[in-house]
Design a protein around this ligand. Structure first.
Ligand SMILES: [Zn+2]
Length: 296
């Protein structure tokens, strides 16, 4: 089992710290979507943010995260669950921009400097809570930090990084989230802010070590950092033939009949994992029969 996410406490239990190495997940998702390096950075940063946020969920809870911006990629969507699974896609995976003058991939140019970050929390009893904040910069980590501070009112800091090799494979990917716990002192927040302004970028930190505890100590500057638990996080898609059939049945008998008449079947594509579910006339007729028997 690969323990790629660490949860711990820093500053005498005044802050919760989460560190995640998402290299394999980002590699897996970006190669299945054939994203350009810029799109890989947008998608990889958002997948990483999703895993950081979902580390505080319980049971069957999950988050759906959507960034809609004025850049050419337009939109990135990520689902992340309490179980540590994540999936995601960008609307335009082939968008690529030249690197910025500092050599970094132009994430804000691709997703946009103006837009909305929407976070939907799906709870166990099917209640949804939606929070939404405007972009701060389109660099994604700052946008999530702003969301957490304004929408959830938790003093927070997030760092995200994706480094892409010349052959477009992922060299490094990961991130951190630091959140103040109730009762945090002003002096802790001030020293944390000062500390975070001195650390190298997430990808440079990951280039030095993949030891998550060491990374937590380096980022927080707190040698008394305390490990709570290690977890395994991974890519997983929840689509299936059964779910596809359930979705088709929601369209109703008339719509299914016109699919039979006009297309002689249905080809349903999953945006998250690129799976295709092909149903022929017989399958659709069976769904209509099931709908009829449900109503009887
Ligand atoms: Zn899927």
């Amino acid at each position: 089992m690969k323990q790629n996410l660490l949860i711990g406490l820093a500053f005498h239990q005044q802050c919760r710290v989460v560190i995640v190495n998402t290299k394999e997940i980002v590699q897996n998702v970006t190669s299945s979507h054939q994203t350009t390096p810029t799109a890989s950075a947008v998608l990889g940063r958002t997948l990483t943010a999703g895993l950081l946020l979902s580390s505080s969920l319980k049971g069957e809870e999950k988050y759906t995260i959507r960034l809609s911006g004025n850049g050419p990629i337009q939109e990135v969507v990520v689902d992340a669950t309490a179980k540590g699974t994540v999936r995601g896609y960008v609307s335009h995976p082939s968008v690529h921009l030249p690197p910025k003058p500092n050599g970094k991939l132009d994430v804000s140019g691709a997703i946009g400097t103006q837009g909305l970050l929407t976070v939907v929390k799906h709870t166990e009893n099917d209640l949804n809570f939606t929070g939404q904040t405007p972009f701060v910069s389109g660099e994604i980590a700052e946008d999530f930090t702003h969301y957490l501070v304004t929408s959830e009112q938790i003093p927070s800091a997030m760092g995200l990084g994706v480094l892409v090799n010349p052959d477009q494979s992922i060299q490094e990917a990961g991130g951190f989230l630091i959140q103040a716990l109730p009762g945090v002192s002003e002096s802790t927040l001030t020293s944390l802010e000062r500390q975070l302004s001195t650390i190298p970028s997430v990808t440079n930190l990951l280039k030095n070590t993949h030891d998550l505890e060491l990374l937590a100590k380096t980022i927080t500057g707190d040698k008394t950092f305390q490990v709570l638990e290690y977890r395994e996080v991974s890519f997983a898609c929840t689509c299936s033939l059964k779910r596809t059939e359930e979705t088709l049945m929601l369209l109703g008998k008339n719509e299914l009949q016109s699919m039979i008449d006009e297309q002689h079947g249905a080809d349903v594509h999953c945006n998250f994992c690129n799976a295709h579910y092909v149903l022929d006339e017989k399958d659709l007729t069976r769904l209509i029969r099931e709908l009829t028997s449900q109503k009887a």
